[in-house]
Ligand binder design. Structure first.
Ligand SMILES: CC(C)(COP(=O)(O)OP(=O)(O)OC[C@H]1O[C@@H](n2cnc3c(N)ncnc32)[C@H](O)[C@@H]1O)[C@@H](O)C(=O)NCCC(=O)NCCS
Ligand SMILES: Nc1ncnc2c1ncn2[C@@H]1O[C@H](COP(=O)(O)OP(=O)(O)OP(=O)(O)O)[C@@H](O)[C@H]1O
Length: 198
């Protein structure tokens, strides 16, 4: 069973693409969702998060105060490194456990915003980058999340550039306004099926 890592900079459409693979019957592990899940369910991690970022990192009902944490970490490299060091090992373990429970599929997908930065692409057989022009990504994300252009740019600045990711990626999906998404996904699905059959 192959492991395919899907990534892309903020608002590139990686979740949209991953959902298309899911419709084709491919199991998808969403690392970013899992990270947030673990941050509220793992008692040791919750304690460490509060120690690192204060009690305000959580609302009184135990849910994650994402806006508060994002405001801290995307404006301070040291704090971001701290958050990554707390969450990434736990997400790696969760992915391994998830994979171990899956059988009878040709491949699985790990969708991760930081596939390259976290080095987790090395634990996948192939990587797939979803790209779109920066202005289009900003327009899509500010519409979806009601966050500002400056907030998007702050996150963008903390990640590898798209140029660097293009060099690292085995496959690329162009999700701008000139190419249709579905035919690209179907073509790659066929390619992954063939690779899995070898
Ligand atoms: C800081 C948090 C709470 C902000 O939550 P929010 O819902 O606003 O953002 P969301 O998780 O949907 O991420 C949106 C985009 O932000 C960027 N981003 C998220 N985490 C990071 C990070 N650690 N470093 C750089 N960019 C990041 C990515 O482009 C991502 O696609 C959240 O992103 C988080 O918990 N991040 C740490 C976990 C992590 O490293 N996730 C990535 C695992 S691969
Ligand atoms: N080809 C497209 N045409 C129109 N809208 C799109 C397209 N691709 C993605 N979108 C929209 O753009 C927004 C961002 O897409 P998506 O959530 O898939 O990106 P992402 O890379 O997972 O984002 P994030 O980095 O914030 O997690 C969503 O609202 C999505 O519906």
């Amino acid at each position: 069973m192959l492991k395919i890592g899907i990534t892309g900079n903020i608002g590139s459409g990686k979740t949209t693409v991953s959902q298309m693979f899911r419709v084709l019957g491919i199991p998808v592990f969403y690392a970013d969702i899992e990270a947030k899940n673990i941050m509220t369910t793992d008692p040791v991690l919750v304690a460490n998060m509060k120690k690192a970022f204060g009690d305000e990192a959580y609302f009184t009902d135990g849910s994650l105060n994402r806006k508060y944490i994002a405001n801290i970490v995307f404006n301070d490299d040291e704090q971001l490194a701290k958050l990554n060091s707390l969450t990434h090992p736990a997400v790696f373990r969760a992915f391994d456990t998830w994979v171990a429970g899956i059988e009878n599929v040709p491949y699985v997908i790990k969708e991760a915003a930081l596939l390259f930065e976290s080095t987790s692409y090395k634990m996948c057989d192939y990587s797939l980058l979803v790209t779109a022009p920066l202005d289009l990504r900003i327009a899509r994300v500010t519409k979806r999340d009601h966050i500002t252009r400056a907030e998007v740019e702050a996150r963008e600045a903390k990640q590898f550039t798209e140029a660097k990711k293009r060099e690292l990626a085995d496959y690329i999906i162009e999700n701008g306004e000139t190419q249709l998404l579905i035919p690209q996904v179907l073509k790659l699905h066929d390619a992954f099926l063939q690779l899995a059959a070898v």
